[in-house]
Write a protein that binds this ligand. Structure first.
Ligand SMILES: C[S@@+](CC[C@H](N)C(=O)[O-])C[C@H]1O[C@@H](n2cnc3c(N)ncnc32)[C@H](O)[C@@H]1O
Length: 361
């Protein structure tokens, strides 16, 4: 005779604690994200350079006073506000990164994370009906360029530029191409490091108009833009340096001779990309899922984050590169990368490869 368990009296055979801990972490962190996103969106931090009560703050922002008080208390526990008696003020990190008018503002990063969550909400649909089709240009155009700009400004840009500036060829260079440059901050920063350098930012036409806003913001008078598709259009020639960072063509064999041809003899090709070794598995499973949520209409993605159809493995790419260039240095991500945000844009184990053009190959 089968004795049925009385589920009302007997606890389950396996405790739910590990599952609840996992769900609790998701629940808590999602809510913290919503608070952060909201606080930045309503410009709460813009109003807290000086001490204010929750009532004063809510009046200035035109938002609910009770809820403002609770939000401020949460932000204190997160170390993003400090409290003196019943008054609140920004901590240093909020002042630098969470005010919308700060040059280091991470508002676009929060927006990008939120957009990512919206995309993730389609996971069931994607599983059943395939990835969401996005036009490549629209994907980059939307807020991606701005979030990448905010992310690299928090350290990767400055570290990368310092590494490149250490090469004597950079100091002598007169002309640089920032291929798929997007925001163009690398090109702009390179011209600051070398007063004789003129830089050209090459990108898709829909993206270039945003590039121009960065050129203007940083008053970069030796930086120009070139619109084009790097796979199908001519890149021009006569460059002393071609800088190529985080692009769909980063591991594509066809671009190596094309870049070689566009460089002057002895010129530098600097490539910053995440490569896959032969037989390498996932670099990050969650990012692989994210990568598969959408498909570009132009260039075809591979199944792992930052991979594209026709990409060479790291070993094969280096072998091809050596036919056209001599590799001078390979820099690992720990020397330039940023803390990961578990989203598209993370450095992962990217490398900077600095290679010098061979005149005959
Ligand atoms: C991930 S972003 C990288 C931006 C910048 N280089 C960086 O490292 O932060 C990729 C850039 O490549 C550009 N891009 C993608 N496909 C391109 C193509 N076919 N031709 C020219 N630019 C392209 C995008 O518009 C975008 O600006």
């Amino acid at each position: 005779m089968v004795i049925e368990r009385d589920i009302l009296l007997e606890e389950p055979p396996v405790g739910a604690e590990p599952l609840y801990e996992l769900l609790g972490t998701c629940s808590k962190h999602y809510k913290i994200f919503c608070i952060l996103h909201t606080a930045v969106s309503v410009r709460l931090f813009d109003h807290l350079d000086s001490l204010k009560s929750a009532d004063e703050l809510s009046e200035e922002l035109g938002i609910d006073p009770e809820l403002t008080h609770i939000l401020c208390e949460v932000l204190v526990t997160l170390g993003l506000l400090e409290k003196q008696n019943r008054f609140y003020r920004n901590t240093e990190i909020s002042s630098i990164y969470l005010k919308t008018d700060s040059i280091y503002s991470q508002y676009e990063v929060l927006r990008n994370l939120q957009g990512g969550f919206r995309l993730w909400e389609n996971l069931t649909d994607v599983l059943k009906n395939g990835p969401i089709k996005v036009h490549e240009q629209a994907f980059f155009q939307d807020n991606l360029i701005h979030t990448l700009a905010a992310e690299v400004l928090s350290g990767e840009l400055q570290r990368t530029v310092r590494i490149v500036a250490g090469f004597p060829e950079f100091q002598k260079a007169k002309s640089l191409l920032d291929l798929g440059g997007g925001h163009g901050l690398y090109a702009i920063a390179f011209t600051r490091m070398n007063p004789n350098l003129k830089a050209y930012i090459f990108d898709l036409p829909g993206v270039i108009k945003d590039t121009e806003t960065y050129i203007k913001r940083f008053a970069a008078d030796r930086v120009e833009v070139i619109t084009g598709n790097l796979f199908t259009d001519d890149l021009g020639n006569g460059y002393d340096i071609i800088f190529f960072s985080y692009n769909p063509g980063g591991k594509n064999p066809d671009l190596v001779p094309k870049i070689h041809a566009a460089l002057n003899d002895g010129g530098l090709f600097i490539s910053k990309h995440a490569f896959y070794r032969r037989g390498e598995g996932s670099k990050d499973l969650l990012l692989d899922v994210e990568w598969n949520l959408s498909a570009f209409e132009g260039v075809k993605k591979g199944s792992k984050i930052y991979s594209f159809a026709g990409d060479l493995s790291y070993e094969d790419y280096l072998q091809l590169l050596e036919r056209y260039f001599s590799v001078k240095r390979i820099v690992e991500a720990n020397e330039f990368g940023c803390t990961h945000l578990s989203k598209f844009g993370d450095t992962l184990d990217s490398k900077i490869i600095i290679a010098k053009k061979k005149s005959c190959y």
